[in-house]
Write a protein that binds this ligand. Structure first.
Ligand SMILES: [Zn+2]
Ligand SMILES: [Zn+2]
Length: 247
């Protein structure tokens, strides 16, 4: 068993608020340089940049988990992470069917581009990806789990766009695999403030939108190997595996 530095919440230039410098090659190079073992690509309401990051990392030791940060109808941000690109494609279809259609205003929200390994623009997304989906957080969770994905409400301690800011509590029907706390949060304080019981796993990820932030925030996953299946087992605490937020 080994500890793997894991950050499963990273934005690319595809996110309207993501810096244009966050290209696939920059993300892979910086993640390696700064000692991360596993990263998750989670742009707002789109999965279209995941494959390129995964392709570039394939030849290196870095493991890339494809995913997305969804905005529910209640304006709650939540992460979905997937084992393979077949599930990801089905999930992209779900996003396409449910995104509220608002044209992106570049001067206000910024560019939303899919780029290749040389940072050539392959596609520009016209609809604003920061809009919400027309489905509830429960419906999103069910879709992620139907595709055998991992579902984690994002930055739950934040005063906006979080489970606690929007709903005030964890809906009893919602099947969460963990809760993500934001980069400056202290686990103990968040547990106390929101009454989060010990059987709920907390993870801390960077939510990086800028290159500077990458690698500074991570959670240690103690596992047999750096894979999606092992991540799931670690979140469940199966057979000696564990998840630990560094002090
Ligand atoms: Zn968010
Ligand atoms: Zn985010």
């Amino acid at each position: 068993m080994k500890f793997y530095r894991t950050d499963l919440h990273i934005h690319t230039a595809l996110s309207p608020c993501g810096d244009l410098d966050m290209s696939p090659s920059t993300i892979v190079n910086l993640a390696l340089k700064r000692g991360l073992d596993i990263i998750g690509i989670t742009d707002h309401n789109s999965t279209k940049q995941c494959k390129m990051v995964w392709e570039l990392a394939k030849k290196t030791g870095l493991v890339v988990i494809p995913g997305c940060e969804m905005t529910s109808r209640e304006e709650v941000h939540c992460l979905g992470l997937f084992e393979d690109f077949e599930s990801l494609a089905i999930f992209q279809n779900f996003l396409d069917n449910h995104l509220t259609l608002i044209p992106n205003n570049i001067s206000i929200f910024g560019f939303q581009v899919v780029v290749d390994e040389n940072e050539n623009v392959l596609e520009e997304i016209d609809n604003y990806l920061g809009a919400s989906l027309d489905v509830s957080i429960e419906e999103i969770e069910q879709k992620v789990h139907e595709l055998s994905g991992i579902f984690i409400p994002a930055h739950v301690d934040r005063p906006r766009n979080s489970l606690f800011s929007q709903l005030g509590f964890i809906p009893p029907e919602l099947k969460i695999d963990a809760l993500q706390i934001s980069k400056l949060a202290i686990e103990k304080a968040v547990r106390q403030r929101y009454g989060i019981t010990p059987e709920i796993t907390l993870v801390k990820f960077s939510d990086s939108h800028y290159a500077d932030d990458l690698g500074k925030t991570y959670t240690l996953f103690e596992m047999e190997e750096p894979s999606f299946k092992e991540l799931r087992k670690a979140l469940l605490g199966e057979a000696g595996r564990s998840v630990r937020i560094p002090e």
